[in-house]
Design a protein around this ligand. Structure first.
Ligand code: G6P
Length: 580
């Protein structure tokens, strides 16, 4: 998390860096700051809050200078405050640093620096970098940073500038960093959205490398000082893709992009040539729920056993892995630290890895043995929607490929368009229920992961407590929660577990629970056990997850909107979690 950006060239840096911060804000938004070099000085302005609020205090764009770095923060060490906002100065105020990641040995380093008389101005782990740079500076900033990285443990991408040299030094180990190559100017960002309207020529920095960036030149080397080749790529994103296009929120725009996303993901070539003995799916958050749907499908269609593992758990277990297994990592960003660690663990055991990844050339995409891009396009809303849809489509393609069949669902795209038309009914239901403090979500079989995803969406953006259960598990505890205060969202399409789910709904009804069912068009019976029903089109049993996810997303969205929540930037969250 945290977004970092940099600019060096002939233009004024601060307006460009301010725009970059707005784009990177999804990565973290509890404090913001900028450092600009001008007249042999470095000026820093920073403060707690979101970009717009801090800018109205700091007036970033008034800072003169053509070289600078900036940062938007998601706190890890030290709460969101003025003193903990990046950038940080050393004591002489000649050096400034912005950092994304975690320096794990910072306490030890702080202690050593304190013994040398260094006084710290923040509670962060990041500040050690700037003091170490200042201590190690003997005339060449790059060499100083090369010495600094030898002391650092943990994950980082950081940028350092000083008051005189016309250069920005960057270092990467474990957190994303990309350099944009312009004409007579160069850019730095945690991702390409920081500068995509200025250049499409980009260079992804690898782990354990450093770069010296001037306005006309980029030199990359490894930590030992060996020069590395420049690998410049041309990207095919445009800025419009990353803007709201008239929707009130990015999340809503992204929900409505799902027919197109499904179509793009369907076009992706998927071929799994070797049939593994077992599949282990590793992922976090929404991506892990897509993975659970994948388990039901792969086991049913291809008869390959699947284990779902939350990446943060998997990485610290000692899983019995065998060379015939396949580890499948699912990630929108391709940068999630735990998922990346799970991939590395699998590789260490000699197990083949497959990545289902959205962001092209992201770290996980580059590290897995085989990557299939999910093709959701840039997802900006922190709550994942269209990325989940693309992960589902891709998992279906993987399952079919393992079964030696082709996934070619007629009309899937038009059916998704059709479910989106139910928005007005969803809005009415949201209006009726949004004041409830607790919700229960239930589903069976491959609808159960959808219940998990529906509850997660509601929690993330409306801050309402929501629990999801496999419907058959209700009677083993959670039914004690049921009252007319806690409505249940029941996923009950007419599939092979329909009758069983109806029984579970009856059990809730008998205890005065209120039921919002998501059911199949034409199902009259469901009305007698529900307070409200949302109908989705009738499809093949196996395709219901595609139908159910849309009303779940819309319900969470409209409830959060009625509550006046900051939907695209929910509190305490970040889109890309590059720390453990
Ligand atoms: C964060 C995001 C979630 C996302 C999860 C995994 O928690 O807020 O929306 O599902 O990370 O992210 P990934 O990029 O690996 O899919």
């Amino acid at each position: 998390m945290c977004g970092i950006a940099g600019y060096i060239g002939l233009r004024q840096a601060s307006p460009l860096l301010l725009e970059a911060l707005r784009r990177l804000e999804y990565r973290g938004y509890d404090s913001v700051g900028m450092a600009i070099q001008h007249d042999n000085c470095v000026e820093i302005r920073k403060g707690p809050g979101k970009v717009a609020a801090v800018d109205s205090e700091c007036h970033f764009a008034e800072m003169p200078g053509t070289l600078g770095i900036s940062h938007t923060r998601w706190s890890t060490h030290g709460g969101p405050s003025q003193r903990n906002a990046h950038p940080f100065f050393d004591a002489s105020k000649r050096f400034a640093v912005v950092h994304n990641g975690i320096i794990e040995n910072y306490l030890e380093l702080k202690e050593l620096l304190r013994r040398d008389g260094v006084v710290f101005s923040s509670d962060t782990d990041s500040e050690v970098i700037v003091h170490l740079t200042s201590q190690n500076f003997k005339g060449d900033l790059l060499e100083a940073v090369r010495s600094v990285v030898k002391h650092l443990q943990g994950a980082y991408a950081f940028c350092v500038i000083n008051n005189v040299d016309r250069e920005i030094i960057v270092a990467r180990n474990g957190s994303p960093l990309v350099i944009g190559i312009g004409q007579g100017e160069n850019f730095i960002g945690s991702d390409v959205s920081a500068f995509v309207e200025h250049t499409k020529k980009v260079m992804y920095l690898d782990d354990f490398s450093l770069a010296r960036i001037t306005k006309d030149n980029v030199q990359v080397s490894d930590f030992a000082g060996n020069p590395l080749p420049l690998q410049v790529k041309t990207i095919d994103w445009d800025l419009e893709q990353a803007q709201k296009q008239g929707y009130k929120h990015f999340m809503l725009k992204e929900i409505f992009e799902q027919p197109q996303v499904a179509q793009d993901s369907l076009k992706q070539a998927v071929s799994i040539t070797v049939r593994p003995a077992r599949i282990i799916i590793v992922a976090c958050g929404t991506a892990s729920y897509a993975g659970y749907v994948g388990k039901y499908l792969i086991e049913k269609l291809a008869d390959v056993p699947v284990i779902n593992e939350i990446a943060s758990e998997f990485r610290y277990q000692e899983p019995p892995l065998s060379k015939d297994d396949l580890v499948v990592a699912i990630s929108q960003s391709g940068e999630t630290a735990d998922t990346l660690a799970a991939v590395r663990l699998a590789k260490k055991h000699g197990v083949k890895t497959l990545g289902l990844i959205n962001v092209v050339d992201s770290t996980i995409a580059r590290e897995v043995d085989q990557v299939i891009y999910t093709r959701a396009g840039p997802e900006i809303g922190v709550a994942s929607t269209k990325a989940f849809m693309s992960q589902l489509v891709t998992l279906y393609k993987v399952a079919y490929s393992l079964a030696d069949r082709t996934f070619d669902p007629q009309q899937l795209v038009s059916l998704i368009t059709k479910v989106l038309e139910m928005q007005p009914q969803v809005k009415e239901i949201a209006q009726k229920y949004y004041h409830h403090p607790h919700f229960l979500y239930i589903g069976r079989n491959r609808n159960f992961p959808l219940a998990l995803e529906g509850a997660l969406k509601l929690k993330e953006i409306s801050y309402i407590h929501a629990e999801a259960y496999a419907a058959g598990e209700l009677k083993h505890g959670p039914i004690a929660l049921v009252s007319d205060e806690m409505p249940t969202v029941a996923l009950c399409p007419q599939d092979q577990v329909y009758a069983k789910t109806i029984s579970n709904i009856e059990e809730i009804k008998a205890r005065q629970g209120r039921i919002i069912s998501i059911a199949t068009e034409g199902d009259e019976r469901i009305k007698s056990v529900s307070d409200d029903v949302l109908y989705v089109p009738k499809v093949d049993d196996i395709l219901y997850p595609f139908m159910l996810v849309v009303p779940l997303q819309l319900l969470a969205y409209h409830i959060a909107d009625l509550k006046g929540c900051d939907i695209d930037k929910p509190r305490n969250l970040a889109k890309s979690v590059t720390v453990e």
